[in-house]
Design a protein around this ligand. Sequence first.
Ligand SMILES: Nc1ncnc2c1ncn2[C@@H]1O[C@H](COP(=O)(O)OP(=O)(O)OP(=O)(O)O)[C@@H](O)[C@H]1O
Length: 324
Amino acid sequence: MIEVKGLSKRYGDKIAVDDLSFTVRPGLVTGFLGPNGAGKSTTLRMIVGLDQPTSGTATVCGRPYRELARPLCTAGALLEAKAVHSGRTAREHLRGLAASNRLPKRRVDEVLELVGLTDPARRRVGGFSLGMGQRLGIAAALLGDPEVIILDEPVNGLDPEGIQWVREFMRGMADDGRTVLVSSHLMSEMQDTADHLIVIGRGRLAADSSMADFLARSSHNGVVVRTPHTAQLVSVLRSSGATVDALVDRERERGHDAVEEPPLIVKGLDARRIGELAGQNGLWLHELAPQRVSLQEAFMELTADAVEYRVGRRGAAEHNGVAV
Ligand SMILES: Nc1ncnc2c1ncn2[C@@H]1O[C@H](COP(=O)(O)OP(=O)(O)OP(=O)(O)O)[C@@H](O)[C@H]1O
């Protein structure tokens, strides 16, 4: 369990993290999302004691990270690609870490096997690919068999096989009852991996909810309906509280200017209720299709005003002063 309470970090005039509070629970993969410069890395660094908060607290399993008796045995973190002595082998690197944390040598071979680096363990780290380097970073995070795992952009630069491996690794750790907190820019990746989301914008909390609730709240959700009785159905749906609009763009994309049965986008009623209302009123439906919003769309909607810099109309980067 990770608990963050009223956490803030100021660099001079710049507030990187602003009164952030959230809890990361065991047994789930929690995605930590935010636009560039939102304060994700700063927050993660404060959680693992690499940065001192200006105010507020961050605890791991009930204690500040720096006060943990054996930190590596409580929380393992993969933050930015770690500086590893490139002349050392993977095994030497991990043995050094294990020795300085009073962990048994055999644990090094266990974690090398866990991350699939048993074969290249005797090769110098300097010759490792990006993916092997990430696996080595994860192996280091796992040395103390920690309850809490924190990964900052773990799939950055990985190929599809590497991404799949990290995804399965996180799922396995969460299924094992561990606490997994992972930051990522890759929305499609997060949509497939995270159970819960913490979203920040300009250092502040923008959302803390399950993935399902986060997606369900998006205004992009709706049901596409086509009927030969457009006017009657629109009237029935509107009098039941729905908002109904014509999906004109879809038809224009298909090169149709005017259509007999314009597709409608209905919001405020689910597909089941729309079908029932149509049936009760003797109206035929030729299409009834719930739209599945993507995490990318829901995220963009939530953080549209929270990006630090956006490209202005003339192409120049301009500061966006609007907070979430
Ligand atoms: N050491 C520092 N000194 C001054 N400003 C800093 C420092 N570290 C971070 N910042 C600023 O704090 C803000 C938050 O940065 P941070 O790296 O935590 O964001 P992030 O969400 O991890 O961004 P990204 O996704 O781009 O990595 C940014 O405006 C950044 O420029």
